[in-house]
Design a protein around this ligand. Structure first.
Ligand code: HEM
Length: 257
């Protein structure tokens, strides 16, 4: 009975055949979201190696440039990874935009609905839509920069960007948006698809735990880049090279080659 009422009220009763595309697009949206959320965990692990010191972050950067495999730096390898992530990001944003309120009236309806319901999951949806909207701009700018100038990633190059190029407010905003967006997204995936099949209260605790963990790690990481960038401001543009690597011809040219 309830099912029929919903079908009639949604205006679906007169449709000749079931349309499977909304369900397919939903699976695609979940899949791309899951990929991006897991990518962000890996991303945080690599970026936060700066907390272990400049040599650790330098080694991670060089690893992605193929330095330890080919014996030389190839930043275009990083561009390839960025290009792939950017494609998934665009697909995810394209699929997500279907769910956004399409005009001011719809926006008012969802706002009133969410206030009247006072249901945490509905409020979380609004936060996810809001942070997702912010990420359209912030993540696009960040991915563009990483794609076009992959050679400018490294302990000093990144810290110079964060401090001397004044990008730390940009990163701070993006960090808050992406951590909220990612953890709410994973929670919603679990509730929607029923895996892991745990009580909602437990899933919620896990979600807040993840948000807190990645926010603390992210803020500490951003603080480390700011601190190094501040100390390095007089040598802006100089690249970091560990002493042991100075022997190698390629490494002598530093991060910039
Ligand atoms: C393959 C693609 C990506 C690469 C190579 C990459 C690389 C980096 C690097 C090297 C930094 C350190 C600062 C800098 O050098 O400018 C950084 C910071 C950051 N990135 Fe990405 N990034 C990628 C994708 C993303 C995506 C899709 C997001 C999501 C919106 C993102 C969000 C962030 C945030 C929030 C920070 C600041 C983290 C902190 O300082 O705690 N990145 N990224």
């Amino acid at each position: 009975m309830l099912y029929e009422t919903v079908v009639v009220q949604a205006g679906l009763a007169d449709l000749a055949a079931k349309n499977r595309w909304p369900a397919r697009l939903d699976i695609l949206q979940s899949g791309t979201g899951l990929f991006l959320a897991l990518f962000m965990w890996g991303h945080m692990a690599f970026v936060s190696t700066i907390l272990l010191g400049e040599p650790a972050m330098w080694a991670v950067t060089k690893f992605f440039e193929g330095y330890f495999i080919f014996g030389g730096s190839h930043p275009w390898l990083v561009s390839c990874v960025v290009g792939f992530v950017a494609l998934v990001f665009v697909a995810h944003a394209f699929l997500a935009v279907r769910k956004f309120p399409g005009n001011y009236r719809q926006f008012r309806v969802i706002l009133a609905h969410s206030r009247a319901m006072r249901h945490e999951d509905t409020t979380l949806w609004a936060w996810q839509a809001g942070t997702g909207f912010l990420l359209f701009f912030f993540a696009s700018a960040h991915l563009y920069q990483m794609f076009v100038w992959p050679q400018n990633i490294g302990p000093y190059a990144s810290s110079d960007r964060v401090w001397s190029d004044g990008l730390w407010p940009f990163y701070l905003t993006m960090l808050l948006a992406v951590e909220l967006h990612g953890s709410i997204g994973l929670y919603r995936l679990a509730v929607k698809w029923g895996w892991p099949d745990a009580p909602r209260a437990l899933l919620k605790k896990l979600k807040w735990g993840l948000t807190a963990f990645f926010l603390v790690l992210g803020l500490a990481t951003l603080g480390a880049y700011m601190k190094i960038g501040f100390a390095h401001r007089a040598q802006y543009g100089e690249r970091y090279t560990p002493v042991w690597a100075l022997d190698s011809q390629d490494a002598r040219q530093g991060e910039a080659r």
